[in-house]
Design a protein around this ligand. Structure first.
Ligand code: KG4
Ligand code: ZN
Length: 340
């Protein structure tokens, strides 16, 4: 078995995976959404202190598996430095005390491997990663051969949902809240700009759209003495979500036009739980004769199951790290192919 730990942001999670069968045997997660909600985003210091409390609680539940472990895996990049350190401290201690190897896992590769929990890998594969920290399209040839084909110039998809929700005082995380509210909204009421629509550049950008939403909200508030109505909030959510969808579709389409050989396409990361976006990609894949893959909803957001699944492939390749040398890489530094 491999015990895996994930603490790159505000989810404490521990999993145990069987190396031979690739089955996830134990999987627990404690999220901190409530604690961060009033701040409209994750407060790193608070997240770190909560990991300190939650991780030992989760490890206690995994005690029955501890004598069967062949390796320990932990996310070490990218993420919030103060939260990554919590997971690493526990993983290092376990590896050293039990004399078993340590595996360092790139969180973004972990998201890709969320597709393969309880199953075999599918390669080659084109992946759209939409999380709270990243928006990327990656060509995945194999465990060790990946190339970023498009990346974000500013805010990520998840981040833009979080910020738009914050502007309307809706709480955190914004993604599921906006998706839910959008169901009762008119997505054509506000004509928000589709980012980079007239640009040939194959990249993602959401800060312009976010600002357009901000300006619209201000205009409504200035005009209406009682502020935003319920319907305004639903319509803004729907119109914003539509613009994000069209942006993602437009840029992915450009890549589909030249990546014709790879038939399999996947969406991963926290925002891939968005069913409105999934539906749109199902249609796009039909048009381009691609097979769409998504992770089960519970494995879209951060979890140790995906870390454990990646670790099986790392274990079989003896891709280990010296516990005395493991380091972290914080957010934003991993935008280029250097992380592959
Ligand atoms: O992958 P993830 O759990 O953490 C990072 O690696 O960043 O992604 C979290 C992000 C948050 O920004 C959250 O608002 C977004 O995923 N998210 C969604 C949805 N569910 C979560 N965004 C849009 N629609 C959703 N249904
Ligand atoms: Zn993530």
């Amino acid at each position: 078995m491999i015990l895996s730990i994930e603490t790159s942001c505000d989810d404490s999670s521990i999993a145990v995976t069987n190396i031979k069968t690739k089955r996830l045997l134990f999987h627990r997660k404690i999220s901190q959404e409530l604690e961060h909600s009033s701040f409209g985003g994750v407060v790193p210091e608070l997240a770190s202190r909560l990991h300190l409390i939650h991780l030992p609680q989760l490890l206690k539940e995994a005690i029955p598996y501890l004598n069967t472990l062949r390796a320990v895996a932990v996310t070490n990049r990218p993420g919030l430095s103060v939260t990554l350190l919590e997971g690493i401290a526990m993983a290092k201690t376990l590896a050293l005390s039990k004399h078993i190897p340590l595996i360092a896992v790139n969180h973004l590769k972990g998201h890709i491997y969320s597709l393969f929990i309880n199953r075999d890998t599918i390669f080659p594969l084109l992946v759209l990663l939409i999380s709270g920290g990243h928006t990327q399209i990656i060509r995945v040839e194999s465990y060790s051969r990946m190339e970023i084909l498009a990346t974000s110039l500013d805010d990520s998809v998840g981040e833009s949902f979080d910020k738009v929700a914050k502007m309307m005082g809706l709480g955190y995380p914004g993604g599921p809240i906006i998706e839910q509210l959008a169901k009762d909204g008119d997505e054509n009421r506000f004509d928000f700009p589709i980012p980079l629509r007239n640009s040939k550049q194959i990249a993602f950008s959401l800060s312009g759209l976010k600002n357009a939403v901000r300006v619209q909200i201000k205009e409504l508030i200035d005009r209406q003495p009682d502020g935003l109505t319920k319907q305004d909030i639903a319509d803004i959510s729907a119109s914003f979500q539509k613009a994000v969808k069209l942006h993602l579709l437009q840029k992915t389409k450009k890549i589909f036009k030249y990546e014709t050989k790879i038939r399999d396409f996947a969406i991963v990361g926290g925002a891939s739980a968005n069913l409105y976006i999934r539906d749109a990609f199902e249609n796009l894949c039909r048009e381009f004769n691609k097979r769409l893959h998504t992770a089960e909803l519970e494995y879209c957001s951060d979890n140790a199951g995906m870390v454990g699944r990646y670790a099986i492939d790392a274990f079989n390749r003896k891709d280990f790290i010296d516990p005395y040398k493991i380091d972290i890489v914080s957010n934003r530094k991993i935008e280029t192919n250097s992380w592959l």
